[in-house]
Every structure is written in structure tokens, then in C-alpha cells.
Design a protein around this ligand. Structure first.
Ligand SMILES: Nc1nc2c(c(=O)[nH]1)N[C@H]1C(S)=C(S)[C@@H](COP(=O)(O)OP(=O)(O)OC[C@H]3O[C@@H](n4cnc5c(=O)[nH]c(N)nc54)[C@H](O)[C@@H]3O)O[C@H]1N2
Ligand SMILES: Nc1nc2c(c(=O)[nH]1)N[C@H]1C(S)=C(S)[C@@H](COP(=O)(O)OP(=O)(O)OC[C@H]3O[C@@H](n4cnc5c(=O)[nH]c(N)nc54)[C@H](O)[C@@H]3O)O[C@H]1N2
Ligand code: SF4
Ligand SMILES: [Mo]
Length: 719
């Protein structure tokens, strides 16, 4: 290294990855090293040579650098010390903190049994290699039935349907965006979200390509979203009624003899019988979409050789989410668009988490929650049941809680109700970077390194991407001497808790887990890659931008995970739901009620990063959006404060009149309302807005147990 004048910092470019959303964009970061050896990120750009993201980034990528320097971020473990003027956070050393947490968790189990300990795993867990390799092992070692995660406020119906139809909860065909000619989007806003269960970095660019090759995008959404604006066709759908629309499309396809299912699909006659009553006329009455449009869309989907239907949050977090998820797959299957280029195909990732059984197939309803009898899915209970499991006395009552990278007070239905019962716990600990609306109730918070300080390989989103690629990104920055990686925290907690339990796991299993958790995620990854034989860690280290493994390719029926390598559409759970839907009258609203839906913005990221100035400046975006007619009918003026009331709660927020929402619909973004719940973030607590989940209802669930966060009946009045 050449000698440098002490005053001139050294700059170099390092390849990293953004782990904030499912697009997993490759980054080229400028890192500046000062003469004292300290390093900081001074610039974040997209990495042009990345075979998947091709240079794309969105404004959120810069927040990764902001997090590193954020004074609000916890850099060492802390203990909450209650005082007369509120809580104080006292610094702890790692050993002391880990001992305290292990003691608190083990005590609850020793005194009250395993189910007395609840876990909540938040969204960023899926975006961390260490959480996937080590966190899941720690969670399993507790053997509690009270395991919860963000899955049941998100994609649970889609995982359940994947399990039922394709034999594995993660075997989900991904829209072949780069080759399709007709992309029908129901309840998703990829222009803002950059895709979900469809890793599609640079969605805007891929859409431009689609449209310039003569392809079309059709959007069905109660709001004229950023995606709807770019669509060739957009139709308003009444929230929570999509099942009628999708089933009517199936009706048309089957009735008009347009079905061309592959030979490995069974149950077509049962489906034809089951959808016979779901006519386009009924769909029009319930959804607000013209019957001719429903018929035409069904015909276009069936007759366009390269076409695909795609549904996401809007259709999974609603009362008939499982029916919607099933209908989306069934429409794609019956119109011959599954497992063909330009339709929807499953990936063949370098680490095949599905085929190699790294993630289990999934199961549903093997046991039920104690209080409300809600079904488990793959060992997790619906998070809508968490508060009542803490609140309700009796055998199996939750007495201790561990949250990892999550914020359920802000992100799950009746968050305020959950916040109200957290202080009743005997003990609570959180693994998190911040004091947030949830972790502020913890006795101890254990902060871990951030994304840019740890090695990353995406075990989940390569498996859900529009193209097969593989990419290993070594840590961009060296963590500080006091920092711990999440996997180190998980390994330490495993060993300490097992030592303290009166009834630990059998010694052989304990030792095996302990030994495995001592290996770093990168060592484990090397083994997974080597045995997967598509590439090696050594090759990935040589090409930090990632290697291209080609477009998605057909793999069914061999690749199906069902026992007989066939797909049975006639699933009893779904057929029972159709019977329930037949007698339902649509969303249960009275005349003065409106239906509340959610909203994501390109510069929001669920409930965090609201303290980074770069993402929060600009036009406020926390408003309740409402149609001018609905406001006029209630004597409410644009821009004024309104009271929004649901069965569970009430909030006051500014309203913005817009014809971008369907009449009868109002919209609030989630992840706001930091001031009300007193998060420890400096800027966020001054950010206006309310938490939409103070209105959403833990009683409104889909059959899978997923929360119906969309289509919540509310009333609004001048505040
Ligand atoms: N009404 C309504 N509610 C919703 C939704 C909606 O559309 N409408 N969306 C739902 C969806 S899809 C999701 S995924 C959930 C998300 O819900 P959650 O997962 O509960 O919440 P997040 O806001 O993602 O919170 C992530 C937390 O993890 C911390 N964190 C970030 N990175 C790391 C890390 O590397 N290590 C550790 N230890 N911590 C980290 C952050 O500081 C933050 O506190 O919200 C759901 N809630
Ligand atoms: N910028 C940004 N990107 C993100 C995130 C983020 O917070 N910010 N979060 C990430 C996460 S965790 C996820 S899960 C994904 C989600 O990705 P998406 O599903 O694409 O995101 P949403 O914005 O929730 O889109 C849901 C759409 O459904 C519509 N909708 C609501 N109710 C109904 C209904 O009843 N019927 C129909 N047809 N539509 C309805 C809403 O108006 C909205 O446009 O985004 C990811 N990407
Ligand atoms: S789209 Fe934005 S937030 Fe998502 S991975 Fe890419 S840069 Fe990060
Ligand atoms: Mo999500």
C-alpha cells in the first residue's frame, strides 16, 4: 500500500447488497477510510454488473448507509430501568445481557412450561443469512407452540396454497416477467414495493420492456396506485371481494371450454362444479367490476400464449385470502400458464431450500391456539392471537416473549391492544437494532450488526426470483469490536437457555445443535452450495456481483413436491371456503361504513427507517385517502382532521381527498404512528401519522389464520 498523507482519505468501491426488500439489489458502495483506519460509506449506487438487479437501486438503499451512522441505533445491549419520569436504558456488557435474557426465558419455561415462552420473528429475519441458518434453529430449540411471525400478516395463504397444490410451502411459481405478454396484477403494487413473492429488481424497467415488446399489464386494485397508473388497463375492485372476481374468471374459462390444463392436474370437474354459481354477473354485483370486463379478462388470460396472473398483499390479507391464492394458481394452471416460459415457473436456485428439504413442506392445523382455537401453520400460530394468549390466564398462558427483528405493535392487528398487555409479561427480550414501539417494552434489547457488516447470501429470495442467479456478498464493513452478529447471539442464547432449563432437549440433539450453531452461516453456506452442485462459494467469492444461472425453466411434474407428482385442485379446505363464500354477502358493512385498505410507498419500509431524514422528507404521505363524494356526504373538508373508527379502535388523522381511491374506500399506510407508541427514534416520533393497525381487527381472519388487514369496515367523521 502506498504511503498516504494523513489528511487524504482512501476511497474504494466495494460490492454489497441491499436486504431491505425482496428485490435484493446489488450495490456498488464507495467506502472511505480515514487515516485512523475508520471507514464510512459515502456513496451508494446500483451494481451494473449484477445479473439480477442490473444496476437498479431505489432511494431506500441509501438508508443502509444512514443506519450505520444513525445515533438512534443501539450499539450495545441495554436494560430497561423504569423510573418516575419514564424508562431509562442502561448499558450492559454482552455476557451480562445474554445471561439475563437466558435466565428470563428459562425461568418462564421452568415455572410454567414450554408454551409460556412466545416468540415473534419479524420480516428482516428472512433478509439475513444468519437468521435463516441460526435463528430458525434457536426458535425450534424452544419447542413452544406459541411461535408467531410476520407470515400471518402477509403471505400465509400463498404458502398454504403452495403446500396444498404443489406439495411444499415455498414451491411458488414466479411470474416470468421478462418473457410474458400479459401481466394481470391483483392486489399488488410492485411500482412501490418492487415485487413480492416475485423478486424483480427494477420492476419499472422490466415493465417498460414488457410494454415495448407489445405486452400489456392489467391491474385490479381499489386504489389507482403507482402500478395502476403505468398499466394499460386498471379496474377498481371493492376491497375483500376479489374471490368473486377470480372465481367468475374460472367459471368463464371452464364454461367456455377454454381450459387447457396440463396432464398432471386433477380435480378439474370438481372445480367446474364448485364455481358454477360464481357467475360474472354475481362478480359484478359484489366487486364493482363490469361483467363484460370479467369475461374478457378470463378469455384474454386463456387465449394469450404468454400470460400470467399475479396476486399479492391485497388479495392475501383479506377475509378470503386462501380462496384468492388458490384461484390465482388455479386460473394459471387451467389456462396452461404454469411451468411454461412467459407464464409462472418455479426457480432452480443454487441452494434448493425446497427440493433438498432445508425448509419443511409445511403443515396446517396439526394443533390449535389455546384461547381461540386458531390453526397452526408449519409450527406457527396466527399473530392475531398473540395478545389474547398473553392476556388470558390458564395453563399455557404466555409469560415471556422474545421478539427478533420485528415490531408487532405496529404491524399486527390491534397493535394498541398488544402494547397494552406487553407490560403484563414476566419477562420480555428483543433482538433488534432499535427501541421501537414493541421493543420499548422489553427488559433487555440485544442489538446485532447491520446488513452491510455481515456476509450475505439470500436463501429465500433467489428461490422466488424472476431469474436464476446466485450471489454471495462478503461484509462490506468490519463491525465494531463490541458488535455481535445475529447468529452469534442466537448460538449464545441456545447454549445458555439449554443449560438453565429443568427439562432441556435430549443431550445428543442439544450438542448437535450447539455444534452446528458454532459454525458461521458462511461455513454452512459453503456446504450447502457444494452439495447443491450448481456453483461453489469459491466461485461466488470471485464474482461478488453474482453469477447468472439462466432464465426460469420448466421442471414439472418431476419438480412437484406432492407425493404422486400431480396437482389436485379439489382441495377440501378450499371447497369448504367456497361454500362459505356462496352464502356470504360480501364485506359486512352498514350504510355509513367505508372499507379501509393499506398502502406502501417507495420510500417507506414497513415500520422502520422513519427516522432517516433522507426517506422522510418531502410531501407528507401519512394521510387517510378518501373519495371526494364520501367526504362530501359526511360534511368533511379536504385536509381536515378526521376521526376514523373501527370495531377495535379509533384514530385522528388528516384526510386527503382523491379520486384515486374507489368510492366507499379509504386508505392508510402501515408502519406510521410512532409518536403515539413512544418509540425511541428521534425523528420518527415527530413524524405525523397514525398506526393503521390500531384500527385493524384481530377477529377478521382468513381460514389460514392470516389477518384480514384489508377491507376493514370503518366510519369517519369530522374530528
Ligand atoms: N395494516 C397493515 N399491516 C401490515 C402490513 C400491511 O400491508 N398493512 N404489512 C405486513 C407485512 S407484509 C409485514 S412483512 C409486516 C412487517 O412487520 P414486522 O416484521 O413486525 O416489522 P418491521 O417493520 O419489518 O420491523 C422490523 C424491525 O426489525 C429491526 N431490524 C431491521 N434489520 C435488522 C437486523 O438486521 N437485525 C435485527 N436484529 N433487527 C433488525 C428494525 O429495527 C425493526 O424494528 O407488517 C405487516 N403489517
Ligand atoms: N417501498 C416498500 N417496498 C416494500 C415494502 C415496504 O414497506 N415499502 N415492504 C415489503 C414487504 S414486507 C412486502 S410483503 C411487499 C408487499 O408488496 P405488494 O403486495 O406489492 O405491496 P402492497 O403495497 O401492500 O400492495 C397491495 C395492493 O393491494 C391493494 N389492495 C388492498 N386491498 C385490496 C383488495 O381487497 N383487493 C385488491 N385487488 N387489491 C387490494 C392495495 O391498494 C395495494 O395497492 O412489499 C415489500 N416491498
Ligand atoms: S428495491 Fe430498493 S429497497 Fe429493495 S432491494 Fe432494491 S434498493 Fe433495496
Ligand atoms: Mo411482508
Amino acid at each position: 500500500m502506498p504511503a498516504m498523507a494523513a489528511s487524504s482519505p482512501v476511497r474504494e468501491t466495494r460490492i454489497g447488497v441491499c436486504n431491505l426488500c425482496e428485490a435484493i439489489c446489488g450495490l456498488a458502495l464507495t467506502v472511505e477510510r480515514a487515516s485512523d483506519g475508520s471507514e464510512r460509506v459515502t456513496e451508494v449506487r446500483g451494481h451494473d454488473a449484477d445479473p439480477l438487479s442490473r444496476g437498479h437501486v431505489c432511494p431506500k438503499a441509501f438508508a443502509l448507509a444512514d443506519v450505520l451512522e444513525d445515533p438512534d441505533r443501539l450499539r450495545h445491549p441495554v436494560r430497561r430501568v423504569p423510573g418516575p419520569d419514564g424508562d431509562r436504558w442502561e448499558r450492559l456488557g454482552w455476557d451480562e445481557a445474554l445471561d439475563l435474557v437466558a435466565r428470563g426465558l428459562a425461568d418462564a419455561v421452568n415455572r410454567h412450561g414450554r408454551d409460556a415462552l412466545a416468540l415473534y420473528l419479524g420480516n428482516p429475519n428472512v433478509h439475513s443469512l444468519g437468521a435463516m441458518t441460526h435463528g430458525t434453529a434457536l426458535a425450534g430449540s424452544f419447542r413452544t407452540r406459541n411461535k408467531f411471525s410476520a407470515t400471518s400478516v402477509d403471505q400465509l395463504p400463498q404458502q398454504l396454497v403452495a403446500r396444498l397444490l404443489y406439495g411444499h410451502q415455498l414451491l411458488l411459481p414466479v411470474p416470468d416477467l421478462d418473457r410474458t405478454d400479459l401481466f394481470v396484477v391483483v392486489g399488488a403494487n410492485p411500482m412501490a414495493s418492487n415485487g413480492s413473492l416475485m423478486t424483480a429488481p427494477d420492476f419499472p424497467g422490466r415493465l417498460r420492456d414488457l410494454q415495448s415488446r407489445g405486452g400489456r399489464m392489467v391491474v385490479l386494485d381499489p386504489r389507482r396506485t403507482e402500478t395502476a397508473r403505468r398499466a394499460d388497463e386498471h379496474h377498481f375492485v371493492r376491497p375483500g371481494t376479489d374471490a368473486y372476481l377470480l372465481l367468475a374468471m374460472l367459471h368463464v374459462v371452464l364454461d367456455e371450454g377454454l381450459a387447457t390444463p396440463p396432464p398432471w392436474v386433477d380435480g378439474v370437474t370438481e372445480v367446474a362444479d364448485a364455481v358454477a354459481e360464481f357467475t360474472p354477473a354475481l362478480a359484478a354485483e359484489r366487486t364493482g367490476v363490469d361483467a363484460e370486463v370479467v369475461v374478457r379478462l378470463a378469455r384474454e388470460l386463456a387465449t394469450t400464449p404468454r400470460a400470467v396472473l399475479y396476486g399479492r398483499m391485497g388479495v392475501s390479507t383479506q377475509e378470503f385470502g386462501t380462496v384468492c391464492a388458490w384461484a390465482v394458481q388455479t386460473l394459471n394452471l387451467l389456462t396452461g400458464h404454469v411451468d411454461v416460459p412467459g407464464g409462472a415457473l418455479v426457480t432452480s436456485p443454487a441452494v434448493d431450500v425446497v427440493g433438498r428439504g432445508i425448509v419443511g413442506r409445511g403443515h396446517h392445523g396439526l394443533w390449535h391456539s389455546r384461547v381461540r382455537g386458531l390453526p397452526e401453520f408449519s409450527g406457527e400460530l396466527p399473530v392475531a392471537a398473540l395478545a389474547e394468549e398473553i392476556r388470558t390466564p390458564g395453563d399455557g398462558q404466555v409469560r415471556a416473549l422474545l421478539t427478533v427483528a420485528g415490531n408487532p405493535v405496529s404491524s399486527t392487528p390491534d397493535g394498541a391492544g398488544l402494547a397494552a398487555v406487553l407490560p403484563d409479561l414476566d419477562f420480555m427480550a428483543s433482538v433488534d437494532l432499535y427501541v421501537n414501539e414493541t421493543t420499548r417494552h422489553a427488559d433487555v434489547i440485544l442489538p446485532t450488526t447491520t446488513a452491510l457488516e455481515r456476509d450475505h447470501y439470500d436463501l429465500v429470495f433467489h428461490a422466488l426470483a424472476v431469474r436464476n442467479t446466485a450471489r454471495f456478498t462478503p461484509a462490506v464493513l468490519r463491525p465494531g469490536p463490541e458488535a455481535r452478529h445475529d447468529w452469534q447471539v442466537f448460538a449464545a442464547l441456545h447454549d445458555r437457555v439449554q443449560r438453565l432449563l429443568d427439562d432441556p432437549r435430549p443431550r445428543r440433539r442439544r450438542w448437535a445443535t450447539s455444534a452446528r450453531l458454532r459454525l458461521s452461516p458462511t461455513r454452512l453456506l459453503a456446504v450447502l452450495l457444494a452439495t447443491g452442485r450448481r456453483t461453489t462459494l469459491r466461485r461466488l467469492r470471485r464474482t461478488p456481483g453474482g453469477v447468472d444461472l439462466g432464465p426460469l425453466a420448466p421442471s414439472f411434474p418431476g419438480g412437484l413436491q406432492t407425493r404422486d407428482h400431480r396437482v389436485d385442485l379439489a382441495q377440501p379446505l378450499v371447497l369448504d371456503e367456497l361454500a362459505r363464500l356462496r352464502t356470504a354477502s360480501g364485506p359486512r358493512t352498514t350504510r355509513d361504513e367505508l372499507l379501509l385498505i393499506g398502502r406502501r410507498h417507495q420510500r417507506d419500509n414497513n415500520s422502520w427507517l422513519h427516522n432517516t431524514p433522507r426517506l422522510t422528507r418531502g410531501r407528507p404521505r401519512h394521510h387517510l385517502l378518501a373519495h371526494p363524494e364520501d367526504l362530501a356526504a359526511r360534511g368533511i373538508a379536504d385536509g381536515t382532521q378526521v376521526r376514523v373508527t373501527s370495531r377495535v379502535g379509533s384514530v385522528v388523522v388528516e384526510v386527503a381527498a382523491t379520486e384515486d381511491v374507489m368510492p366507499g374506500v379509504v386508505s392508510l399506510p402501515h408502519g406510521y404512528g410512532h409518536a403515539a407508541q413512544g418509540a425511541g427514534l428521534t425523528h420518527a416520533t415527530t413524524l405525523p401519522g397514525v398506526s393503521v393497525n390500531d384500527l385493524t381487527d384481530p377477529e377478521l381472519l382468513d381460514v389460514s389464520g392470516n389477518a384480514a388487514l384489508n377491507g376493514v369496515p370503518v366510519r369517519i367523521s369530522p374530528a
